[in-house]
Design a protein around this ligand. Structure first.
Ligand code: HEM
Length: 440
C-alpha cells in the first residue's frame, strides 16, 4: 500500500463526517483499513468468508456468465457483448491531487473486481455493516447474479492536462501523443454536456439493474474526488464479438456487427485493437483507445424511406444482412459488382462501402455500441439512436473512418450529438489496480 493511501486513511475520518454518503474521500474499503494492495486481489478481499456471506451469491446466477476483472486486457472489449450498457463520464474535482486520483483508481478497481464476481462493493456490503451507518453498497443488486458484468475504465485527455495547460496530477509528460479531443467532423452537432470527461466507466451486463448498480456505486465511491459529468444507458447491443453470438440489429432495423473484429481473431486484435509493446507510450501497451459517439438517429424520417433505398444506403439487405453484391451475411462485399442496370450493386456512397477496409487502406476497428431511446423530443419524436463505442489501437483509425463517412448516404438520418475519447489501460494484475503502470 502506498503512503498516499495511508495518508488518506488518516484524513478520512475528518472528511467522513462531512460526507452525506458516509464514505471517506480517500482510502476506502479495506484499503484504509490496511488490506492494501493484496486486498485489491479478489482472493484476499471478496474471497473471505465475510465477503462471500454478504455478497450476492454467484450460485444464484445459474447460467449467468462471470468475467474476470484482472487480466492482460481489461474485460468489456472482446468479452461477448452483453445486452445492456451503463456508460459514465467523470471529471476529477477541484483541489484533488495525485494521491486522490491513485486512491480513486484503487478503490474503483477493488469494488469493480467484487461486483463483476456478483458480490457487493465491499465485505460488509449492503446489509453487513453497522446499522448506524449508511451501507457501503446501495443494495439494489442483492440477490442478482453477476449477469456477465464487465467494468472498463478509461483516461481522457484532460486527465493528463487540462485545456488551460494545467498538469494537475503530474501526468502531462505521460500523455499519449495521440490522445487529444477528436477533431470536428462534418455535420457534428456536439453537446458539451454529453461529451468528453477526465475518466470513463463502461459497465456492460445482461441485466440493466446490475450495470446501473455498478455505475451508481462507483460514482458514490468517487465522492469528493470525481463527479459524474454525463452518462448514457443502452438497452440493446449493436455488435457482436464472437461468432457464437447472433448478429443483433440497430434501430434502423439492420443487422449490425456482421464485419466486426471477433474475440478469437488474435491477429486482427493485435493489429487493430491492442496498443503494441513497441507503440508509444509504453505504459499503454496491452490497452486500447475508446471512442464514444452519441449518434441521434432520425428514425421517424428513416421509417418513411422505401426498403430498396434503405438497403442502398446501408449497402446490405435488411433481412439476411448480405452485401447487395450477393451471397449470404458472411459473404465479402464485391464493390466491382454491377446490378441489372449496370450501376454498382453496392452504392459508392453506401455506409458499408465507405466504412470497409478496402476503401480505407485496411483500417479496421472493434465496434461495441448500444441502441438507446431517451424519451422524446419537443417535436414528439423519439430521442433515439446508437451510442457508438469503438476500440482501436490508435485514435487515427476512428478519425480516418469518420472522415471517410463524410459522404455517407446515411448522414441525412444521423446527428452526432456527443463525443469522447479515452485511453484504456491494460488490465490490472491481481493485487494491483487499473492504471498502475501510469503512476509507476
Ligand atoms: C448510427 C450510426 C451507425 C449505424 C446505424 C451503422 C450501421 C452499420 C451497419 C448496418 C453496418 C453493416 C453490418 C456490419 O458489418 O456491422 C455497419 C458496418 C460498419 N460500420 Fe457502421 N453504423 C453507424 C455508425 C458508424 C460509425 C460512426 C463508424 C465509424 C466511424 C462505423 C463503422 C462501421 C464499420 C467499420 C463497418 C464494417 C464495414 C465492413 O467492413 O463491411 N459505423 N454499420
Amino acid at each position: 500500500m502506498s503512503a498516499d493511501v495511508e495518508a488518506g486513511a488518516d484524513g478520512g475520518a475528518a472528511e467522513r463526517s462531512g460526507s452525506p454518503s458516509g464514505l471517506s474521500r480517500r482510502g476506502l474499503f479495506g484499503l484504509a483499513a490496511g488490506v492494501g494492495a493484496a486486498g485489491l486481489a479478489l482472493g484476499a478481499g471478496a474471497g473471505s468468508a465475510a465477503g462471500v456471506a454478504v455478497g450476492r451469491a454467484r450460485e444464484q446466477g445459474g447460467a449467468s456468465p462471470v468475467h474476470d476483472f484482472f487480466g492482460a486486457h481489461q474485460a468489456g472489449i472482446t468479452t461477448p457483448v452483453q445486452d445492456h450498457l451503463h456508460f459514465a463520464s467523470f471529471d476529477m474535482m477541484a483541489r484533488t491531487d495525485r494521491a486522490d486520483l491513485v486512491s480513486l483508481l484503487q478503490d474503483w478497481s477493488y469494488a469493480a473486481a467484487r461486483m463483476t464476481q456478483g458480490l457487493d462493493v465491499s465485505a460488509t456490503g449492503a446489509i453487513g455493516g453497522s446499522p448506524e451507518a449508511p451501507p457501503d453498497d446501495t443494495g439494489e443488486a442483492l440477490g442478482l447474479p453477476a449477469s456477465g458484468l464487465t467494468i472498463t475504465f478509461g483516461f481522457g485527455p484532460t486527465l493528463f492536462e487540462t485545456a488551460e495547460g494545467d498538469d494537475r496530477y503530474g501526468l502531462a509528460a505521460r500523455r499519449p501523443a495521440l490522445l487529444e479531443r477528436l477533431p470536428a467532423f462534418l455535420g457534428d452537432d456536439l453537446d458539451p454536456a454529453r461529451s468528453h470527461g477526465d475518466l470513463c466507466i463502461q459497465a456492460c451486463a445482461d441485466d440493466p439493474q446490475v450495470a446501473v448498480h455498478a455505475v451508481r456505486n462507483l460514482s458514490r465511491i468517487a465522492f469528493g474526488r470525481a463527479r459524474l459529468r454525463w452518462s448514457q444507458l443502452g438497452f440493446g447491443k449493436t455488435s457482436r464479438t464472437t461468432s457464437a453470438q447472433a448478429t443483433p440489429r440497430n434501430l434502423f432495423g439492420f443487422k449490425d456487427g456482421t464485419a466486426n473484429i471477433l474475440a478469437d481473431d488474435h491477429e486482427a486484435l493485435a493489429e487493430h485493437v491492442w496498443v503494441g509493446e513497441g507503440d508509444e507510450p509504453a505504459w499503454l501497451a496491452g490497452g486500447s483507445y475508446l471512442v464514444a459517439r452519441r449518434i441521434a438517429m432520425l428514425i421517424e424520417t428513416w421509417d418513411r424511406v422505401r426498403l430498396s433505398e434503405q438497403q442502398r444506403i446501408i449497402g446490405r439487405d435488411k433481412g439476411e444482412g448480405a452485401p447487395l453484391s450477393g451471397g449470404r451475411e458472411g459473404s465479402a462485399p464485391d464493390f466491382a459488382a454491377a446490378d441489372a442496370t449496370g450501376a454498382p450493386a453496392i452504392d459508392a456512397a453506401s455506409h458499408v462501402r465507405l466504412a470497409h477496409p478496402e476503401t480505407n487502406g485496411g483500417i479496421r476497428i472493434l465496434r461495441r455500441g448500444y441502441n438507446f431511446v431517451d424519451g422524446n423530443t419537443e417535436l414528439g419524436r423519439l430521442d433515439a439512436g446508437l451510442f457508438f463505442l469503438s476500440y482501436q489501437r490508435s485514435p487515427a483509425q476512428f478519425v480516418a473512418l469518420q472522415r471517410s463517412l463524410s459522404t455517407d448516404l446515411m448522414n441525412e438520418y444521423l446527428r452526432h450529438v456527443g463525443s469522447g475519447i479515452w485511453a484504456i489501460p491494460r488490465g490490472a494484475a491481481p493485487g494491483s489496480y487499473v492504471g498502475a503502470e501510469l503512476f509507476a
